[in-house]
Design a binder for this molecule. Structure first.
Ligand code: DGL
Length: 275
């Protein structure tokens, strides 16, 4: 048994899409979440920049005594997973891509046409395609970046015509041109526009890695005897820029379920460290 919190992080509010699944599957676990809202988006930045931001955040989570780090960000998982594991070898660190790639490889066959949407960095890394092909080399896989989705979602521009037009701009040719039947949401922000995508492309199967990762969290903690026991009050959500949208999203996710959850501002300064 280990009642220390699980640390989650993302470039912004996207990683919050994992939290309701975790709370449902493992209600005893306590959460510390860090969203780097001041420096989002990561998905069009240089790998060296993403790595140094991620190291800072992981350092902060380790100092907060987390028992496990979940990289609730595809961009960081695609580029920095091994670096983070090398730097913090004593703490289990789980990326979001591996479990989803494995699940897709199991669930799909040669008859499927699978599309992956994500940030520029995630798509350029080919992390999903390589991850899926490790388990099943015969699948039809197509990928395209959708870089404007994250800034719009961080601004709360979700259920309206601007978002729908942006989805069509990036996805119409991609979906119809490749005869896709399955799409993987390869960015943790994208579940927040899943309903829009379903409405615009009603025949598509949508795969959401934010729900898949929870089984792996449970498996790793169970194998190591590190599951929490007894309800742990006081989840904490940090943001490097406490935007109205971040707070609204947390209110929306918890909707009265965790009265003790705290939302805090935590600034990082690359030159001087945490302030
Ligand atoms: N949620 C991050 C991901 O899964 C967003 C990336 C970004 O900040 O551009 O890739």
């Amino acid at each position: 048994m280990d009642n220390r919190p699980i640390g989650f992080f993302d470039s912004g509010l996207g990683g919050l899409t994992c939290i309701p699944y975790l709370m449902k599957a493992l209600p005893d676990e306590k959460i510390i979440y860090f969203g780097d809202t001041a420096r989002t988006p990561y998905g069009s930045k240089a790998t060296t920049t993403i790595r140094s931001f991620s190291m800072e955040i992981a350092d902060f989570l380790i100092r907060s005594d987390v028992k496990m780090i979940v990289i609730a960000c595809n961009t960081v998982s695609a580029t920095c997973l091994e670096d983070l594991r090398c730097r913090f070898p004593k703490t289990p660190i789980l990326g979001i891509i591996e479990p989803a790639a494995k699940a897709v490889a199991k669930a799909c066959g040669e008859e499927n046409h699978i599309g992956i949407i994500g940030t520029k960095v995630t798509i350029a890394s080919k992390a999903y395609e390589l991850g899926i092909r490790r388990y099943n080399d015969r699948l039809n896989i197509y990928e395209t970046p959708c870089p404007a989705f994250v800034p719009l979602i961080e601004e709360g521009i979700i259920e309206n015509d601007i978002m729908d037009l942006t989805i069509r701009y990036y996805m119409d040719d991609f979906v119809y041109g490749n005869h896709l039947d399955t799409v993987i949401l390869g960015c943790t922000h994208y579940p927040l526009i899943q309903k829009n995508i379903e409405r615009i492309y009603p025949g598509l199967d949508i795969i959401n890695p934010s729900s898949i990762i929870v089984d792996n969290i449970e498996q790793i903690l169970a194998e190591r005897g590190m599951l929490a026991a007894g309800s742990q009050a006081g989840n904490v959500f940090y943001a490097s820029d406490l935007s109205e949208n971040f707070i609204n999203m947390i209110d929306h996710i918890f909707a009265g379920e965790d009265e003790d959850a705290k939302v805090r501002f935590l600034n990082f300064d690359l030159e001087n460290g945490e302030r």
